[in-house]
Unconditional design. Structure first.
Length: 340
């Protein structure tokens, strides 16, 4: 926890002495008073991968919070951004920096860092990752990402590629449209991003899906989760609306930087991979929004109606697979990035 001065330390000590146990509301109160960073600000960090991580893929000593002093101006930069984590809640206590690094490395990218494709990626690019508290609003996290990128990369031109899965693509697009057009961004590659939202995050859809609807309601019960609701741009879900996505989707003049990739499960049962069985039930139910990757309709993942730079189907892969989770997808994404 970053305390802003010694006076704050005294206040915090007194507060803790007056409490028999730590109370999460203490953190919220101190943050609201401006005495410590808000949890979301504290969480939001860009980390840089040390190339030596290929020799010890789970070692958090090989990722560090990025600063302008450690940016290598000789290489193109790749920022990996993962999607929504349903375990996140915005009233939790502050993690340690090692806990944050462990999540950024092992929870978010533990499936990718030990692979041959990651070794190839980090040999040719300077690789970073942005981690954020996904239960916080997507526009707020977009602002946080933009501030951090501006600080790190403002002096570079056409030199930063973002790869963002799912919610990470929404956060990236909000960052793209904050302030002036960022000259350093070369491309934003999204993978299964719910640009128009997902029906699963909409109460109007959840209430008609019995047990699965109740589960979806529980999993999306945070401000960030609710920000994933269907924007109903095509009037396909009676009563649904998402003002944040509706408003951002009216902006189009920077969409030439976005390359939208997606997976698709025809009929809700035609898989190219069985790597993640968790989506099987969700897949068959979402067929009323066909086509889809079990979580995100394809028309949402391609930002239907906006002039993107590129749209491509990776294959019959589900929402999880298309985040570097299968050998085919890893090779596909690596080739796609190399060809930009």
């Amino acid at each position: 926890m970053h305390l802003k001065n010694n006076f704050v330390c005294i206040i915090l000590v007194i507060s803790l002495l007056n409490c028999s146990t730590k109370n999460k509301n203490d953190y919220s109160l101190l943050a609201s008073l401006g005495l410590i960073e808000s949890l979301g600000n504290y969480w939001a960090k860009i980390y840089k991968f040390n190339p030596n991580i290929v020799n010890d893929p789970t070692n958090i000593a090989y990722i560090d919070v990025a600063t302008p002093q450690i940016v290598d101006n000789s290489k193109t930069k790749i920022i990996l951004i993962s999607g929504w984590n349903y375990n996140d809640r915005s009233n939790r206590s502050y993690p340690t920096i090692d806990e944050l690094k462990n999540r950024a490395l092992n929870t978010n990218w533990g499936h990718f860092v030990p692979t041959t494709q990651f070794a190839l990626l980090i040999s040719n690019y300077e690789v970073y990752t942005f981690d954020y508290l996904t239960s916080d609003p997507i526009d707020t996290n977009g602002y946080r990402l933009r501030v951090l990128m501006d600080d790190l990369f403002h002096k570079y031109n056409n030199n930063v590629i973002i790869f963002a899965h799912s919610m990470g693509g929404l956060v990236s697009r909000f960052a793209l449209y904050y302030s002036e057009r960022p000259a350093y961004i070369k491309a934003i590659i999204t993978s299964g991003t719910p640009f128009h939202g997902s029906p699963w995050a909409s109460p109007q859809y959840q209430k008609n899906k019995t047990v699965l609807g109740s589960l979806a309601n529980f999993l999306t019960d945070s401000e960030g989760g609710r920000d994933l609701a269907w924007d109903n741009y095509d009037f396909s879900l009676n009563g649904a609306f998402n003002i944040k996505l509706y408003n951002i989707n009216q902006q189009r003049d920077r969409d030439d930087l976005i390359y939208a990739l997606y997976g698709e499960i025809p009929g809700g049962n035609t898989y190219a991979s069985d790597s993640n069985q968790n989506f099987l039930t969700f897949c068959s139910v979402l067929n009323d929004f066909a086509s889809h990757d079990c979580i995100v309709p394809s028309r949402s993942a391609i930002l239907d109606g906006n002039p993107l730079r590129d749209r491509k189907k990776i294959g019959n892969y589900d929402h999880s697979d298309i985040n570097w989770h299968t050998n085919f997808v890893r090779n596909y994404l690596l080739t796609y990035i190399n060809n930009l």
